[in-house]
Design a protein around this ligand. Structure first.
Ligand code: ATP
Ligand code: MG
Length: 822
């Protein structure tokens, strides 16, 4: 090696010295040779990295420091002094030489996913005399993007990887070594600036965040006085110099919400994040089978990983070792499940913990504390939430964490900002939080969450319903986390209060997922629960299609409220019972329960609840064929005092139902208005019932168009997605009538058979039962016996969801689209 070095065959010298070090990593002679060879080849930062690695190994394995010779060599390299051999061989190198042959940037990845637009934009920004900094979280792909850009440049490129530098003092030597400036000591900086300034090449400073000051100083000195060279930097935090243009690099685009793709090709085409995952997974385990479950799990995984390329690469690399579903389930608690032993990766990229630790170490202790604290938020939060949960001093630190790419920011309403931690970042932060700190944070977060739920519950009854609904929807990840934390901490009071305050919202937005929290609560031992828990559970039972259980729960709600003297909640218990009696077709009992609810609400001075209960009374009367005029008047008189979209749309719907038989055109107007209002505030419940009623009236009068069918299909899909069996059954019964009226007898009969097979708990009665009998009779009249049997067999083999899919297809498919008259 020494000979190769003397002969100036530097690449060979480096290769041979590397082999020597690989054989004897603790050997000082081999290490010294490698450092010298690298330094002579201009690879100063590598030479320094070899030293650091050597020192670390000695310390860890043998507990000793490097030899005096190696330390002296390190100092020499740092000062930029030429190798003794080098100095003899090339005396002229002392002067501020013209930049030598530029170093080769790392070979770009064969395929860079989802970065075409970013690369185009960046290429347009790179100009002589300008500095562009690619900024983003660790592992987002800054270096990969820079490598692709550098590879596409026509002119010279000097690539300097700063990742391994230990101090700011090493920056100038590393860059100078790269550029080939061999001047010593104090003059080196000036020589470097002079060498670069007049050159139209591109200087790439990769991974700057830990030596920002020195890099900023260099770039400022280079560009402020005018230079031809362009600078491309990558950093988790911007340099903060005047000539800099920061380019925030987002994670890879995620799959859109909605339907899971049917094939892996479709999934790959739909999202670069999925495409990258699939490439890495197939490389790790070529035998992978991409069935529907694997597609679903991978789609979920890349979302859970926030589309962060490094996280995707590490996770996908585990394919074959851990199943996707398991990886996905355990990820947030076990960040180190995703790791790699690949030597090709720098140490800080072998685990996500190491990647994040790199950023964490660069924080002050105050910033670290706030960073850990913010992990208590599960979703987007604003500064007011930070104030409330972490105290007023914490909010000051938040912008700094955004600048360091540890938080993501997006604009919120009214000029505010919202912040979020990537899932993996949050898992890291939780991992460095101790038990006591975590408990304290979760307690504060729990009270804040309850406050949010309560404010929203009352806001939802007022004129700004939409605002509060969106706020609650956005806060749902936090409310869910708060509920789970409360259960883990055995704080059943808090958990109960949370569910209770979400009852109305969950009812009107059809959220069995949230109302179903009550299952977890009620399975715990406790002497009685607050009425809100029983209310939520009763509504949940209603949605699940278990009206009998629901009635028992509504009764428990009434008793609990009465015992505690909570008249308003007692009324709500009666109201829930009314809904359940309606589902059972017990119209007198329903009218009676709603009547009690109305009296309780009026007595407690709650106009909103009183109107809702009055609506219920009206519905029960209308469906039983009783006179409705007086009750319609009560509802319409009460309406102006309750300026709330849901209350208004529910009332219009009930009046529409009341007039459906006697005045169809007026009913159609009211129901259409009800659908419009409910839809506008996302009130799924009223949208669904009013659409169903509208379709029933419209199909009876035969005047419907393609738009109506589209709306109907949309409502079916929404109810399937929401998991509301109760409303779905009602809607599908109407749909079966409609199909029959359109002459699609086989489809109508299939749907009917499916309903009879799956909807045992939902009795049909009155007009509805009669209509269904007519569907059956008409099908038998139009089809032969074999066709009837076949249709019934097909239908009864279907689940409710499958039946819904089939019905929508029959309604909107090629043979079903467009209005049918007659
Ligand atoms: N768009 C992409 N397509 C495919 N692979 C990518 C993409 N972006 C990044 N990668 C891969 O992900 C890994 C992490 O990327 P990279 O090293 O560029 O991250 P970084 O943002 O520079 O991280 P750090 O802040 O730690 O330096 C690398 O292995 C890289 O090859
Ligand atoms: Mg990087």
């Amino acid at each position: 090696t020494e000979l190769l070095l003397r002969a100036g065959r530097l690449a060979d010298a480096v290769a041979q010295a590397r082999d020597l070090v690989a054989e004897a990593p603790h050997g000082r002679a081999a290490v010294a040779l490698l450092m010298r060879a690298l330094a002579a080849a201009g690879e100063v930062s590598e030479a320094l990295a070899v030293f650091q690695e050597h020192r670390r190994r000695l310390a860890e394995d043998q507990g000793i420091d490097p030899s005096r010779e190696v330390l002296a060599l390190h100092q020499r390299i740092l000062r930029g002094e030429p190798d003794p051999v080098d100095a003899r061989g090339r005396a002229s190198a002392d002067a501020a030489a013209a930049p030598r042959a530029p170093s080769v940037p790392p070979r770009p990845r064969a395929r860079l996913y989802g970065r075409d637009a970013h690369l185009r934009a960046l290429a347009g920004m790179l100009e002589p005399g300008r500095c562009v900094t690619v900024v983003g979280p660790g592992g987002v792909g800054k270096t990969a993007v820079a490598a692709a850009l550098a590879a596409g440049r026509p002119g010279p490129v000097w690539w300097v990887d700063l990742a391994e530098l230990q101090s700011e003092a090493e920056v100038i030597p590393a860059v100078a070594g790269r550029v080939g400036v061999r001047t010593l000591g104090g003059g080196r900086r000036e020589a470097l600036l002079a060498a670069l300034r007049g050159n139209r090449g591109l200087l790439v400073l990769d991974n700057c965040e830990h030596v920002l000051g020195a890099v900023a100083g260099l770039v400022e000195a280079l560009l402020v006085r005018g230079a031809d060279v362009g600078v491309l930097a990558t950093s988790r935090e911007r340099l903060g110099v005047s000539a800099e243009q920061a380019f925030p690099l987002p994670p890879l685009q995620l799959p859109g919400h909605g339907r899971t793709p049917a094939t892996i090709a479709e999934a790959v085409a739909g999202s670069p994040a999925v495409a990258f995952f699939v490439e890495r997974a197939a490389a790790a385990d070529p035998g992978l089978v991409w069935d529907a479950a694997a597609i679903r799990d991978v789609t979920g995984l890349v979302i859970e990983l926030d589309g962060l390329p490094l996280a995707i690469e590490l996770a996908a690399g585990r394919s074959g070792a851990i199943g996707f579903a398991e990886l996905r389930d355990r990820l947030s608690g076990h960040l180190d499940l995703i790791r790699s032993g690949a030597a090709r990766l720098p140490a800080r990229h072998r685990t996500l913990t190491a990647t994040l630790d790199w950023s964490y170490r660069l924080l002050s202790s105050e910033e670290r504390e706030v960073f850990r604290g913010l992990a208590v938020f599960a979703g987007w939060f604003d500064l007011a939430a930070v104030d409330a949960v972490l105290g007023p001093d914490a909010a000051v630190v938040v912008p700094g964490l955004v600048e360091r790419s540890l938080l993501t920011r997006r604009p919120g309403p009214g000029g505010t900002s919202r912040y979020r931690m990537l899932v993996t970042v949050r898992a890291f932060a939780a991992g460095v939080t101790d038990e006591r700190e975590r408990r304290r944070l979760e307690a504060a977060h729990g009270s804040w969450s309850l406050g949010l739920a309560r404010r929203a519950a009352s806001g939802l009854e007022g004129p700004d319903e939409r605002y509060w609904a969106e706020l609650l929807e956005a806060g749902l990840p936090d409310l869910t986390a708060a509920f789970g934390n409360a259960l883990s901490a055995d704080d059943t009071d808090l958990a109960a209060a949370l569910v209770g305050s979400l009852h109305r919202w969950g009812d009107y937005r059809v959220r069995p997922d949230v109302l179903g929290w009550t299952d977890r609560l009620l399975s715990r031992r406790r002497d009685g629960w607050p009425p809100g828990v029983y209310l939520a559970a009763a509504t949940h039972a209603w949605m699940q299609g278990n009206p009998r259980d629901g009635l028992d729960l509504a009764d428990l709600a009434v008793r609990a409220a009465r015992e505690q003297g909570l008249l308003l909640l007692e009324g709500r218990g009666h109201e829930a019972a009314g809904d359940l009696w309606l589902a059972l077709g017990e119209l007198d009992a329903a009218a009676d329960a709603y009547g009690r609810a109305e009296r309780a609400a009026t007595a407690s001075g709650h106009a909103f609840d009183a109107l809702l209960a009055a609506d219920g009374v009206l519905l029960a009367l209308a469906w039983s064929g009783a006179p409705v005029a007086a009750q319609v008047r009560r509802v319409l008189d009460a309406l102006p005092a309750v300026p709330n979209p849901t209350a208004r749309s529910l009332s219009l719907y009930c009046v529409g139902e009341a007039w459906a038989g006697s005045d169809p055109p007026a009913a159609i107007d009211l129901l259409t208005e009800a659908v419009g209002i409910a839809d506008g505030v996302g009130c799924t419940l009223v949208t669904s019932v009013a659409t169903t009623a509208l379709m029933a009236v419209v199909s009876r009068s035969g005047a419907y168009g393609a738009n109506d069918l589209g709306r109907l299909a949309g409502t079916v899909r929404a109810l399937v997605a929401a998991g509301n069996r109760n409303l779905l059954v009602t809607l599908l019964r109407n749909l079966s009538t409609l199909l029959g009226a359109r002459g699609q007898h086989a489809a109508a009969l299939e749907l009917l058979a499916a309903l009879q097979a799956t909807a045992g708990q939902h009795p049909s009665w009155g007009d509805e039962a009669e209509a269904l009998r007519a569907v059956e009779a008409s099908a038998r009249a139009h089809l032969d016996a074999d066709a009837v049997r076949a249709a019934r067999r097909r239908g009864s083999a279907r689940s409710l969801t499958e039946a819904a899919d089939e019905a929508v297809r029959a309604l909107t498919g090629p043979d079903g689209s467009g209005p049918v008259s007659g």
